[in-house]
Design a protein around this ligand. Structure first.
Ligand SMILES: *Cc1c(COP(=O)(O)O)cnc(C)c1O
Length: 376
């Protein structure tokens, strides 16, 4: 999809906010603990490369992404720090992993066996060993080895291979953002059990997402954290837990009124005519729709115009939507979909609440069509 610059709809990304969030986190990390910035899914919709540069300037020493292509994007943009791919990369792509000097995740013994075969075939053309982080599944049930014995076996396999380096050991918490910490502790105990069962440890041992770093900082295992949502200024728990330090939202979503009109009573608005004006009403049209990631379920939500909340009436179209205005506004008046506007604010969490989801999803689904404009 082409990025649409010639339209007033844009996501404004505040570099200073991200920088502040990362600095605040880096400052409170225990001695010797590093921060890897998680910039998967295009930096949660904030732009992976731009976010990575900000993170570096604020003290991040490495990056995590979800896919091989996301890692390659960072390398192509000139990022030279360690990059860990968190999900499984098929062994058939290992020559790319070597070419781009990436760190990857292993979650099964079968993968190791298959990878060794691929590496044996590659050997004539390449020399660099691949850097591997062993993933332990301590209760997320997603990917990883389940027992300390399996982890030990994987570590032994990697260390016996001249084509592999054991660079990391990690796990992922399922409930770090919840008030009830019992399951978090169960996972931490399992991970600590694995750590203790190993004769020695790799360069990086890591377990913390943002929620763990914010709310379990005194007890989190490892010497590196994988900091994602907190960097973008969003509370990982939504409302459930208070912010450890003020997180500053990095993204605003804004547009403008492109048409303003007064409709007589009894006129229909939008596809399906789901809204009839109950009386004479001022209606404004805003150039954003579900193709921008502003989905149809946003009908009924209110946007900010000059500090006033204006309800989205009728169905959200692919490229446009209509709002009810309290009075006439000039065409070109700013409309805030996420962010502050004349003393009022709409948060990513407000949008998530309306959709019955989490703010992570709201920033990720904002489509490529919306330009990301960077400001200090
Ligand atoms: C996405 C992800 C993170 C970052 O999580 P946040 O909640 O955004 O901090 C960390 N680790 C893994 C394995 C992930 O998939």
């Amino acid at each position: 999809m082409v990025v649409t610059y010639h339209r007033p709809t844009r996501a404004i990304i505040h570099r200073k906010a991200m920088k502040e969030n990362i600095k605040n986190e880096v400052e409170r990390l225990p001695e010797g603990v590093e921060l890897f910035a998680v910039v998967k899914a295009d930096g949660y919709g904030h732009g992976a490369v731009a976010t990575a540069h900000v993170a570096l300037s604020a003290g991040a020493t490495g990056f995590c992404v979800a896919t091989l292509d996301e890692a390659i994007e960072l390398r192509e943009a000139g990022i030279t720090e360690p990059i860990l791919v968190l999900s499984v990369v098929f062994p058939s792509y290992l020559s790319l992993v070597i070419d781009y000097d990436l760190s990857i995740t292993v979650a099964t013994k079968d993968w190791l066996i298959e990878a060794q075969k691929v590496l044996n075939d590659l050997e004539e053309t390449t020399t660099a060993p691949i850097k591997i982080h062993i993933k332990a599944d301590t209760g997320m049930g997603r990917i990883g080895f389940l027992t300390a014995d399996e982890v030990k076996e994987a570590a032994a396999f990697i260390e016996a291979s001249p084509d592999m380096i054991w660079e990391g050991l990690f796990t992922h918490f399922a409930t770090a953002d919840e008030q009830d910490t019992s399951y978090w502790h169960k996972q931490a105990d399992r991970f600590n059990g694995i750590i203790q069962a190993l004769a020695h440890l790799p360069r990086y041992v890591h377990s913390s997402n943002s929620a763990t770093a914010l709310w379990h900082d005194k007890e989190m295992p490892g010497n590196m954290i994988r900091y994602g949502i907190g960097m973008y200024g969003l509370n990982p728990s939504g409302h459930e837990l208070p912010e450890t330090y003020p997180l500053i939202p990095a993204m605003e979503l804004v547009s403008e009124l492109i048409q303003v009109k007064e409709l007589p009573s009894g006129e229909g608005v939008g596809y399906g005519k789901t809204y009839d004006t109950p009386e004479r009403e001022w209606i404004g049209t805003v150039p954003i729709g579900y193709a921008d990631g502003w989905v149809r379920k946003m009908q009924g939500f209110s946007l900010l115009v000059d500090g006033e909340f204006c309800e989205i009436i009728g169905r959200v179209c692919m490229d446009q939507l209509m709002i009810r205005l309290p009075h006439e506004f000039k065409v070109g008046t700013k409309v805030t979909l996420i962010g502050r506007n004349n003393g009022q604010e709409i948060t990513m969490q407000d949008v998530a609440n309306h959709l019955g989801t989490i703010h992570y999803e709201v920033c990720c689904i904002l489509s490529e069509r919306v330009p990301r404009i960077y400001q200090e």
